[in-house]
Design a protein around this ligand. Structure first.
Ligand code: HAM
Length: 419
């Protein structure tokens, strides 16, 4: 094998691509149903866009390079920073709230394993300019509707609030980021070291207990007590959020005060959805409320959003045996003998021009090999063009699922296939 693909990247064959496109189109349709509109941003951005919030430490997780003009460039590791940049330069002139989504590939220099890649696809949605409560409820409702529309059922959604931890940890933002990082990773020895460095070792047992709090509304009272009554406003906002979600038809919200999120920009509600079928990399979606616009020099504006890992939703759907609407070739046209080739090509042309997907042999194979091929590519029908039939103005239409064959008049073929 002369060349291998780079570590952590994937090739996608036709069957898998069919599943990926089916999921992608369900997600797009669902976002449109919720009033979101699609936007696109570049795959490359200036490196600074991603270091502005996270500091130079983030660079080791990025694909970055200096271009021929000496500019420092990064392949995007996510969409949110790009969407906010675009919002500040142009989208803020749109009527509020701005509800947008994007689909595309993102790149992270991670240690690859099953479900964790260096290039993967995200479906990202953001609401900018809606007050926190309705904005948060709308994005959570969209995320859940997306999974329902795909048909993935075995998922756990968990909602937390990073603002409570942030207000509890009264240390400069860089130190806060480090503490939250170790909490997110549940790396308690590293957390203990960091807290000791900050002279906050006494907080360790509180934080360890706090991030394990998960369940119904009672969890919020226990969390408030643990934090010594701090963050009351945030706890109250989560209660209101659960009420609002009920009106969206989402009856049970699992609160999880341990949702810390790996990215630094979250300031409010945070949420994640897992598929327990996926093993170690089970998080299919992550999101929350954040404040990047101010950091990028804009006016304060509420922002909330999420991103699905498309690769992981497809894996979750496969694991649950979900039947995805994958397009199949409608007709494979088979000339019965070489002299019928022109007639078969004419039938092919008619089908294609009418918008029916149709294909024909390019290798000079005989009828039986052609039928094997049509079955192998899972075509719905074989259209057999024989001499006797052709003289009568008909073709033989074979249903490749049932094996049934019938004579169909050429001028009725398109309608019959569509039916
Ligand atoms: P994130 O949690 O970093 O959030 O990524 C979102 C999703 O992308 C994850 O839940 C996971 O399904 C998928 N994902 C992450 N890393 C990998 C990987 N290495 N391989 C395969 N899939 C992966 C964000 O990116 C935020 N920008 C989401 C957001 C939007 N927050 C607010 N708005």
């Amino acid at each position: 094998m002369p060349f291998e693909r780079p570590r952590g990247t994937n090739d996608h064959g036709p069957e898998e691509m069919g599943r990926r496109r089916a999921v992608e189109s369900i997600l797009r349709d669902t976002a449109h149903r919720f009033g979101f509109r699609e936007i696109a941003t570049p795959t490359i951005e200036s490196l600074e866009l991603f270091t502005a919030k996270s500091g130079p430490g983030i660079v080791k997780e990025l694909y970055e390079f200096t271009d021929k003009g000496g500019r420092q460039i990064a392949l995007r590791p996510e969409f949110t920073a790009s969407v906010v940049r675009f919002y500040l330069s142009e989208l803020r002139n749109l009527p509020k709230p701005v509800k947008v989504f994007s689909v595309g590939n993102v790149f992270r220099y991670e240690e690859p394993q099953k479900g964790r890649y260096r290039e993967f696809t995200q479906f990202n949605a953001e609401v900018i300019g809606a007050p926190a409560l309705p904005g948060d409820a709308e994005v959570i409702a969209l995320a859940i509707a997306c999974l329902r529309a795909v048909g993935v059922k075995e998922v756990h959604a968990r909602v937390g609030h990073i603002g409570m931890l942030r207000s509890f940890l009264k240390v400069p933002p860089e130190d806060q980021a480090k503490v939250l990082h170790w909490l997110d990773k549940r790396d308690f020895p590293a957390l203990a070291q960091e807290l000791a460095r900050l002279g906050l070792s006494s907080l360790e047992p509180v934080l360890r207990e706090y991030v394990e709090l998960k369940g119904g509304p009672e969890v919020l009272d226990r969390g408030a007590k643990l934090l010594g009554g701090g963050g009351a406003e945030a706890f109250e906002s989560l209660r209101k959020l659960a009420d609002r979600l009920r009106a969206y038809g989402i009856q049970h919200v699992t609160f999880d005060l341990g949702v810390v999120r790996g990215l630094d920009y979250y300031t409010g509600m945070v949420f994640e959805i897992d598929s327990p079928n996926l093993g170690a990399e089970k998080q299919v979606m992550g999101g929350g409320a954040y404040t990047l616009a101010e950091l990028f020099g804009g006016d304060p504006v509420p922002q909330t959003g999420f991103a699905f890992g498309l690769d992981r939703i497809v894996m979750a759907a496969e694991a649950e045996g979900v039947k995805l609407p994958i397009p199949r070739l409608d007709c494979y046209v088979v000339p019965i003998g070489e002299p019928l080739q022109p007639k078969a090509l004419e039938v092919l042309r008619r089908l294609r021009e009418a918008g029916v997907s149709a294909d024909i042999d390019l290798l000079g194979r005989g009828p039986s090999k052609n039928l094997d091929y049509a079955n192998a590519i899972k075509a719905r029908f074989a259209v057999l063009v024989g001499e006797a039939e052709s003289n009568k103005g008909v073709v033989a239409l074979k249903d490749l699922d049932s094996g049934k064959q019938e004579e169909v008049r050429l001028d009725a073929l398109v309608d019959r296939v569509r039916a």
